[in-house]
Design a protein around this ligand. Structure first.
Ligand code: F0G
Length: 453
């Protein structure tokens, strides 16, 4: 497998020393989100908005029409979205969380609950901000980092059934399914499982929404792993996924290959009207939402490239290449590898650091100090704080290495594997952290840490 593109424009990387990085991370309060990105060599913090756009997307940027209302770029965007997700209403937002904010501010509220396979952090925060409860009901395999299962993102249908049966009518305004399940290791959901969720939603009369950020990678996994789906066009699989849902939220910064953007799409006319009213208040007029016309063009083109089979084969294979290299170097990895990221099981690598001393944070800091690699803790720092302020260990303590789309080459990945191997070889020397200061919600973005001696 080779990268199915050649490089058209380059960005320089700045090389730093270990001492420079130790100083930089200390000044950042040991929070990788506080670093200057220029002090990072390989930025695996996120695959969100960090991909390289194509020649044709840059051409779209030039074509962008900035008319306030009814821009041709809006109609290009709308057609591209509805080609894959034929929902009646498409509400453009500046990114995924703005779509979540609009949806949950309309359907959420105290006494309500939203089940999901696993809520992403912004999704959970937007649900909880309205006073509603965010419930995670992924299959048991999805919580076991080493368990091999082709669809570890699947919803636990029996648990969902029991949950819905126990709730008072009208208190579950929606069921969500996140494809792929980012917080659970970037694991896909099968078509069969989504059909099962649909059947339960029908039985209880509850709408089903997809959090569809990584829909194309999920569809590729379905094509590769689900019996009867091999040989099918990914775009076709995506349309079937959409046909099972009543609506979706989307971050165009992921699979749609754009640097910004998102949308909320749905079929319900009355609900769409209420959501549009919030959109006008918080984002913008309904034909641009939170975006410039040029962004709408970049997304429209990105959507066409996102379902290209050569691209998806490269995307999923190159991410697995990283995971295989790390596993060979002795790092305990979440299996199988996700489409957009690989996840190191920091709790297994650092058994001497208890979860409430944040083993994921310890590993992420060590990877930065050693090799300038920026990953992201997905564990007790991110999820360990309950709404009442108390702390408990998250289900897993992972470090995510998220791979920006079309951005790094195989030799960059080989370098990352070498650095990780060096850190794993001295894992016993790593120490945990305590939190020195933190905000009330989404603390991982701004908390400051102190190393424990
Ligand atoms: N849902 C999922 C599954 C996500 O992964 C994200 C973002 C969002 C919603 C929110 O979208 O960032 O456009 O507001 N995930 C990024 C990440 C930030 O690094 O995984 P957004």
């Amino acid at each position: 497998m080779i990268e199915p593109f050649r490089i058209h424009s380059v960005e320089p990387l700045r090389l730093t020393t270990v001492e420079e990085r130790q100083r930089a991370i200390r000044e950042a309060g040991y929070n990788l989100f506080n670093l200057h990105a220029a002090d990072v060599l390989i930025d695996f913090l996120t695959d969100s908005g960090t991909g390289a756009m194509s020649r044709d997307q840059w051409a779209g940027i030039q074509r962008g029409d900035e008319s306030y209302a009814g821009s041709p770029s809006w109609f290009a965007f709308l057609a591209a979205v509805q080609e894959l997700f034929p929902f009646r209403h498409v509400i453009p937002t500046h990114q995924g969380r703005a779509a979540e904010k609009i949806l949950f501010s309309v359907i959420g509220g105290p006494g309500k609950a939203i089940p999901n396979n696993t809520h992403f952090d912004t999704t959970r925060a937007n649900v909880e901000f309205t006073g509603a409860e965010a419930i995670d009901l992924v299959v048991p395999e999805g919580r076991e980092p080493a368990a091999l299962h082709p669809f570890k993102g699947n919803m636990d249908l029996a648990a969902l059934d029991a949950f819905l049966a126990a709730r008072e009518t009208g208190t579950v305004p929606a069921v969500m399914v996140t494809i792929t399940n980012n917080s659970g290791g970037g694991q896909p959901v099968s078509l069969e499982n989504l059909r099962g969720v649909r059947a339960l939603c029908d039985r209880y009369g509850i709408p089903l929404y997809l959090d569809a950020c990584r829909f194309a990678e999920n569809a590729w996994f379905i094509r590769e792993r689900e019996p009867g789906q091999e040989g099918r066009a990914v775009a076709d699989i995506v349309r079937e996924l959409a046909s099972l849902a009543d609506g979706m939220t989307m971050s165009a910064k992921k699979d749609p290959l754009a640097n910004i953007g998102g949308w909320l799409a749905l079929d319900d006319d009355e609900l769409a009207e209420r959501c549009r009213n919030v959109l006008i208040l918080t984002e913008g007029f309904p034909t641009y939402g939170g975006l410039a016309g040029r962004d709408l063009e970049a997304i429209a083109q990105g959507l066409r490239e996102a379902v290209d089979h050569d691209y998806l084969r490269y995307r999923v294979r190159s991410t697995a290449y990283l995971g295989e290299g790390l596993a060979r170097s002795g790092l305990p990895m979440v299996q199988p590898y996700g489409g957009h990221a690989v996840y190191v099981d920091a709790r297994a690598l650092l058994p001497h650091i208890p979860p409430l001393e944040y083993p994921g944070q310890a590993l992420a800091v060590a990877l930065y100090e050693t090799g300038g690699i920026r990953g992201c803790e997905i564990g007790t720092v991110m999820f360990g704080r309950r709404p009442d302020g108390s702390e408990e260990p998250a289900a897993m303590d992972l470090v995510r290495l998220a791979v920006p789309r079309r951005t790094y080459t195989q030799s960059h990945v080989d370098y990352v594997v070498e650095v990780c191997a060096a850190v794993a070889a001295r894992a016993g020397e790593l120490r945990g952290f305590r939190i020195a200061s933190q905000p009330p919600v989404l603390r991982h973005f701004t908390a400051r840490f102190e190393p424990l001696s």
